[in-house]
Design a protein around this ligand. Structure first.
Ligand code: BES
Ligand code: MN
Ligand code: ZN
Length: 502
């Protein structure tokens, strides 16, 4: 879908559908007010008759509104003005696109960006509208042989700024929003693939494909022999039970001069997690195809960064494998020596994410990173703690944690911080090795991060546990593309910070 920006009055818009807000109780938004006066009180008459009150979730589709050049006027309930939060705004825009899809209009002009959202400017409102719109029209139909698309597709959407003065920031907002959406869609597409298609080899192929599209991206893939030479026994211990060969994929995006230290993103790429010998129960096990969402988000974020052309250097490191209970699989009690030299007693083969990440985190040292952020569907405990609303955040460097918390607020892709105190670290004590790979039932999200922290002593590091946020379950099951929006916001903020203040 093409999205453009415009300024101008509603009555002048020659369009298949014009979208305007109605606030509670029966109050006209500015665009609706203009339409009302042009149409000689057409809308206020409808409001008086009670056709729409302005409640969230309400909508009303009108044809042939007097004085209007638009074929249709779609009114969208926005709730009370004082309740207009970031998330309400996103819901309103989502509703407008869902309703628009039902109309058969293939093109529209959306005035909802004129709503007043506390503390948010036009740049923010337009960028969010783009992301929310793209998110709403996304579907994954690759394996449907019928009903691929039920209706006519929306081809073009125009968003509105009040005057020509705001056009440049509107353009910028659309450009960034479109780039982020492209990254999010790529992440969702990769993650929604079934695990019989999306193997470590497939992920490596997709990364190489990205390097073909953007000449600022270079990709390198290590096979199991090369990983053996590097001493990545922890990563390889997870791959032992599977016939699919493990890969270590690195992507390097160069948007700044060579000597600028890279921001390194590490993504868990378990393309299917059976649990290994500590096998998982059957219920919902299919969802463990999503155990590579961290990897997919690294690829999506780097795609967005390249699309925007961010003046940064960003390195993606993706350890990728299946976790299967094959005849050579690692068994509970087995002890392995990680690339760092530290030994690990594998008490539960289902705690495999940390085993592949620890070697990847050691591998990161060679890039002399500015910061390292890992992204992983690491613990079921995180789903219990934060649900699907916030990604778990843990860090050894508070300024980095603060930056990520702020980026989460701005992007509406929120994170919430948990502590990494020494007391938790002690839960990982093993009688036989330097550490065990599990720390007991209590504080499972934190002890998983404590495990990783033993491999990140040489740099500033943050860990994002996306177990609750990376996909949704139920009848709308599917990857969300989180936390690409968060990560790109963090990267954008980094660029603005480095700019001299005018
Ligand atoms: N990939 C899972 C975490 C997960 C489970 C994410 C369910 C989303 C939904 C991870 O590899 C895992 O199995 N973790 C174990 C750790 C435990 C054995 C310490 C868990 O959370 O149960
Ligand atoms: Mn597991
Ligand atoms: Zn896993």
């Amino acid at each position: 879908m093409q999205i453009t920006i415009k300024s101008g009055n509603p009555e002048k818009q020659r369009t298949a559908c014009l979208i305007a807000g109605i606030l509670e109780p029966r109050r006209l938004s500015p665009a609706a007010k203009t339409i009302d006066s042009i149409s000689k009180k057409f809308l206020s008459n409808l409001l008086r008759r009670g056709d729409i009150e302005g409640k969230m979730g309400q909508s009303l589709l009108l044809h042939n509104v007097p004085g209007m050049l638009a074929d249709r006027v779609l009114l969208i309930g926005c709730g009370r003005e004082r309740d207009l939060t970031d998330n309400q705004y996103r819901k309103i825009v989502t509703n407008s696109i869902k309703e628009l899809k039902q109309t058969g209009a293939m093109e529209a002009v959306n005035y909802l960006s004129e709503l007043n959202i506390k503390g948010r400017d036009y740049y923010w409102k337009i960028k969010q509208a783009v992301e929310v719109t793209q998110n709403t029209i996304y579907n994954f139909t690759e394996y449907k042989t019928k009903d691929k698309t039920s209706r006519r597709k929306i081809r073009k959407l125009t968003l509105i700024v009040p005057t020509r003065r705001e056009l440049p920031i509107g353009e910028q907002a659309i450009e960034n929003g479109m780039a982020i959406s492209r990254g999010i869609n790529l992440t969702r597409d990769l993650a929604n693939q079934p695990s019989n298609v999306c193997t470590p080899t497939y992920l490596a192929e997709q990364a190489k494909q990205l390097a073909k599209t953007y000449k600022t991206i270079k990709v390198d893939v290590l096979d199991e022999d090369e990983m053996t030479k590097l001493g990545m026994n922890s990563l390889l211990s997870v791959a032992r039970g599977s016939d699919e060969p493990a890969k270590l994929i690195t992507l390097e995006y160069k948007g700044a001069k060579k000597n600028l230290k890279p921001i390194v993103l590490v993504g868990k790429g378990v393309t299917f997690d059976t649990g290994g010998i500590s096998i998982k129960p059957a219920a919902a096990m299919d969802e463990m195809k999503f155990d590579m969402c961290g990897a997919a988000s690294v690829i999506g974020t780097i795609c967005a960064a390249a699309e925007i052309g961010l003046p940064l250097n960003i390195t993606g490191v993706i350890p990728s494998t299946e976790n299967m209970p094959g005849g050579s699989a690692t068994k509970p009690g087995d002890i392995i020596t990680s690339m760092s030299g530290q030994t690990v007693e594998v008490l539960n083969t289902d705690a495999e994410g940390r085993l592949i990440l620890c070697d990847a985190l050691t591998y990161c040292e060679r890039y002399e990173p500015d910061v390292v952020i890992d992204i992983a569907t690491l613990t079921g405990a995180c789903v219990i703690a934060l649900g699907n609303h916030a990604t778990g955040l843990m860090s050894n460097h508070n300024p980095l944690a603060k930056d990520l918390l702020n980026a989460g607020e701005t992007s509406c892709d929120r994170v919430w911080q948990l502590p990494l105190w020494e007391e938790y670290n002690q839960q990982l004590t093993s009688p036989f090795a330097d550490m065990a790979n599990i720390g007991g039932r209590e504080a499972g999200t934190i002890t998983a991060a404590c495990f990783l922290s033993r491999f990140t002593g040489k740099y500033h590091w943050a860990h994002l546990d996306i177990a609750g946020t990376a996909w949704t379950t139920g009848k709308n099951k599917g990857a969300t593309g989180r936390p690409v929006a968060l990560l790109v916001q963090y990267l954008l903020d980094r660029c603005n910070k480095n700019k001299p203040v005018a």
